[in-house]
Design a protein around this ligand. Structure first.
Ligand SMILES: [Zn+2]
Length: 80
């Protein structure tokens, strides 16, 4: 079931509304304001904050402790 708010395609959770619109109705906030997504920001090339896109992040996730394992291999402390 979809949210009954106009132009909202999110999944309904409570009383026919999605979580965002339910919270807005409960708190008396405007229902027709656009829903913003959480966007990560990082420092850009010239010191400004800019949103992180998949181009800057890349889809593939780095392995944990990759730098540390490389350091251990460099020092000859890691068996491969
Ligand atoms: Zn909604």
């Amino acid at each position: 079931m979809r949210c009954k708010q106009k132009d909202c395609n999110r999944r309904a959770r409570t009383s026919g509304l999605c979580t965002t619109h339910y919270r807005r109705r409960r708190n008396g906030q405007p229902m027709d304001a656009p829903i913003r997504r959480y966007v990560r920001h990082q420092e850009g090339a010239n010191g400004n904050r800019e949103p992180v896109t998949t181009k800057t992040v890349g889809r593939k996730r780095k392995k944990p402790f990759e730098a540390e394992y490389a350091l251990l291999a460099e020092l000859g402390l890691r068996r491969n």
